[in-house]
Design a protein around this ligand. Structure first.
Ligand SMILES: [Zn+2]
Length: 142
């Protein structure tokens, strides 16, 4: 009798496990194409990690039954692994682009600039006149 109840419970859990799992996979595929899709995956992953921690806590407190705990935890773990792979894939080319942008920004910042006393426009050092308002920059530097 108890075994039958367990089997039914596992079957019901399986339905709940695979339904959101499959829809999530579909969403991941869609989001990979668009920019910024990795952010939500990361958020979902973090929420999942929190859920696992909470589940562990509940289990330790004796709030969750062993079978329930194991089934739910393995479901969370599978999803976390799937999300980690997805976030790694979507975040893969991202750091490269970010590094390049950061390098370019750093290179731009390194260049000495002259701030126009008239309008505040930053012009690379060596320019004699502000390209924004036409004020003579040599004067503002003196
Ligand atoms: Zn100016």
């Amino acid at each position: 009798m108890t075994v039958a109840v367990c089997i039914v419970t596992v079957a019901v859990v399986c339905i709940f496990v695979f339904r959101p799992f499959l829809t999530t996979r579909g969403r991941i595929g869609e989001k990979d194409a668009g920019p910024g899709g990795g952010t939500r995956l990361v958020e979902e992953r973090e929420a999942l990690i929190d859920a696992i921690r909470e589940l562990d806590f509940d289990h330790r407190m004796g709030k969750v039954e062993e079978d329930d705990y194991r089934a739910t935890r393995s479901r969370y773990e599978n999803r976390a692994v799937e999300l980690m792979r997805a976030t790694e894939e979507s975040a893969g080319p991202k750091p490269e682009i970010e590094n390049r942008i950061e390098k370019e920004i750093a290179a731009l910042k390194k260049k000495d600039t002259v701030t126009c006393g008239g309008c505040g426009w930053e012009t690379p050092e060596g320019a004699r006149f502000c390209p924004q308002c036409g004020k003579a920059l040599a004067e503002s530097r003196l």
